[in-house]
Design a protein. Structure first.
Ligand code: JF5
Length: 224
């Protein structure tokens, strides 16, 4: 999969996507990630990318011309162009799965007060939010999407990690059951007896109850 990112802060992308599983995916050629500086697509000698909103109001907007020219220069026919902003539809595992099936993504990150509406109308196929809070710019949301999508690409996760898909993806709504490893007693805190019992039917029953209880207590929204 190829992912292009358009950002005013390309330096933010050095680090988080150069570690661990994403690093391996890139080295293996499973992910071709390219970071582009929006400022390179500005025309004037001041490299202007933002301007004041018509009609007044606080803050600055990203000008349409640099974004249009960057996307037109970089996109292929099949590229899915996605804006990141708090106004987007909520990003979730089902969307990550859908995006993992695309050959080509382009993530366009906003900042300030956001995008000129014509970017939304003409250029974007979709607009995603990673949560109901406001960040200084869309670089972190873009990295979240890259990470969530890349781990779903065939060959990226080992068999052990793949099981991790269970709780959110297989439609079993809810959180995982509590887990413990050795030692069986740590600072006076004991591992629940049932887990040491060797009774696999009892263990499965206990885990199902615990998972339901934790979900009800912490994320009742997942059960509705
Ligand atoms: C951004 C205008 C983009 O703050 C975000 C964001 C929060 N959840 N998902 C994305 O993106 C940066 C801020 C203001 C456009």
């Amino acid at each position: 999969m190829k992912i292009d990112v358009l950002t005013l802060f390309p330096a933010m992308f050095a680090g988080p996507l150069d570690e661990s599983i994403i690093k391996r995916a890139r080295e293996a050629g499973l992910l071709d990630l390219r970071i582009h500086n929006l400022r390179d697509y500005a025309h004037d000698r001041h490299k202007t990318v933002d301007d004041r909103p018509f009609g007044g109001g606080p803050g600055m907007l990203l000008k349409p011309e640099p974004i249009f020219e960057a996307v037109e220069a970089l996109r292929r026919e099949q590229t899915r162009v996605i804006l990141l902003s708090p106004a987007g539809r909520p990003f979730r595992q089902s969307i990550a799965r859908e995006l993992a099936g695309c050959d080509d993504l382009m993530l366009v990150t906003g900042h300030y007060e956001g995008f000129d509406e014509r970017v939304r109308e003409q250029l974007a196929d979709d607009e995603l939010s990673i949560g109901d809070y406001v960040l200084t710019n869309g670089a972190l949301p873009a990295m979240v999407v890259v990470d969530a999508v890349t781990r779903l690409l065939p060959g990226v996760l080992g068999d052990d990690d793949s099981a991790k898909e269970e709780s959110f993806s297989l439609g079993v709504p809810g959180l995982e059951y509590p887990q413990y490893t050795r030692p069986a007693e740590f600072r006076g805190m004991k591992v629940p007896e049932v887990l040491l019992s060797g009774n696999h039917a009892e263990i499965a029953k206990w885990r199902a109850e615990q998972a339901r209880r934790q979900t009800r207590e912490r994320r009742p929204d997942l059960l509705t």
